[in-house]
Design a binder for this molecule. Structure first.
Ligand code: AMP
Ligand code: AMP
Length: 361
């Protein structure tokens, strides 16, 4: 694990007047680049040739590092270039999707906005659960083996991207039938089947609150909320039940986009407290806790019970709905505040106070 001391050393070699903000060209990159520009930073995009069109149409990037594969980010030459450009990397969902956590924590010698140690807590379902439970959050029940299934259950694959290959089962029998069918249809492998995580399926609507843990201000801010638009689960209601049964329709959860939400105000006290408590626990398990944005993935039932099934301790793409502004960011900051800009502002403030090494790791 690369230490904070080593990263502080790297920063000592930086020309801080020319500090640049870099990220992989995907996920929430436009959000991050726009924010960086609005706070007066130069921007660097690690990009695939085929995606260049995005950053030509939305010209927010000063410098491109073209790669064939995002794993090249870990190459010495790319790392060297990033350091030469005085960059701070902003990690987002594509980092964990395409790069291994070990490589990121152990062999990526570029200052990253955030807390590297928490990547390990985030990467393991067991550790995440421990963290969220310690923070006092309500979690769906989990089942250690299929025999224990006694209610509607969601079967999740290890490290699945966008919920691909997830399925629902209501009993040990239906689980075993579904697994066989999923393998037969080539939707999951035998290897996947051996590592399925079983979680009570909470009936409710999904709500993804976006928080920002500011180390500089020692506060957890609430910047927005989204819900997801997923294929096929959001399409199933358009097919009548009789036909669903006929074609044996199973929901899948491939993310296509996000929809902004504002919440019933009486839900705010609990959601705000949850954010504070998650950071309080994070500070205990890996000081100074979460640095910057995080998101809780929740389902809210008709009894207004909030169940948290996951945490992302980094910017989530759902915050893209807030680019420009969101009602909650507006309430706190007025216009033109959103997660990408909030990150850049935190770096700007840290620079002013000569505390950059407090917000990178
Ligand atoms: P991508 O670079 O688009 O393949 O995304 C990297 C990871 O982030 C994948 O695991 C996606 O499922 C997830 N992701 C991408 N876009 C979104 C989004 N708009 N909302 C939620 N998750 C997303
Ligand atoms: P994930 O890959 O964990 O983000 O989950 C993909 C989809 O499954 C999202 O639409 C979630 O809302 C849904 N989901 C995940 N876990 C649960 C759960 N325990 N109960 C209900 N829905 C869930």
């Amino acid at each position: 694990m690369i230490t904070r001391e080593e990263i502080s050393q790297l920063i000592k070699g930086y020309d801080l007047k020319k500090l640049a903000i870099a990220t992989i060209g995907s996920h929430s990159a436009l959000n991050i680049f726009k924010g960086a520009k609005e706070e007066g930073f130069r921007t660097v995009c690690i990009c695939k040739e085929k995606d260049l069109i995005v950053y030509k149409k939305f010209p927010l990037v000063d410098e491109f590092i073209i790669v064939n594969d995002f794993t090249e980010l870990l190459n010495d030459t790319v790392q060297e270039k990033l350091r030469k450009l005085n960059t701070v990397i902003i990690p987002h969902g594509s980092f964990t999707a395409y790069l291994s956590t070990e490589k990121l924590t152990d062999s990526f010698y570029v200052p990253m906005f955030g807390n590297r140690q928490l990547l390990h807590w985030e990467a393991s379902r067991e550790k995440q659960e421990e963290w969220l439970k310690r923070a006092g959050l309500r979690l769906p029940k989990t089942f250690a083996s299929p025999e224990e299934i006694d209610t509607l259950t969601i079967a999740k694959l290890q490290g699945a991207k966008g919920g691909r290959g997830y399925f629902l089962a209501n009993s040990p029998e239906s689980f075993s039938k579904k697994v066989k069918e999923m393998i037969r249809r080539g939707l999951i492998s035998k290897e996947d089947a051996a590592h399925i995580h079983l979680q009570e399926y909470v009936i409710g609507v999904n709500v993804y609150p976006h928080y920002f843990s500011s180390i500089i201000k020692d506060d957890v801010e609430f910047l927005g909320v989204d819900k997801r638009y997923e294929s096929t689960v959001d399409a199933i209601g358009r097919v009548p039940a009789a036909e669903q049964l006929e074609i044996n329709l199973n929901p899948t959860y491939t993310i296509v986009g996000n929809i902004p939400l504002t919440l019933r105000e009486s839900l705010l006290p609990e959601l705000l407290t949850m954010g504070d408590n998650v950071q309080k626990t994070a500070r205990e398990i890996a000081p100074p806790g979460i640095i910057g944005p995080f998101c809780l993935e929740t389902v809210i039932t008709d009894k207004l019970e909030i169940y948290t099934f996951e945490i992302s301790a980094r910017i989530v793409a759902g915050t893209n709905v807030g680019v420009g502004t969101s009602p909650y960011a507006y309430l706190k900051y007025g216009e033109k505040m959103y997660t990408g800009r909030r990150i850049a502002l935190e770096i700007r403030e840290a620079l002013k106070q000569k505390r950059l090494s407090d917000v990178v790791a």
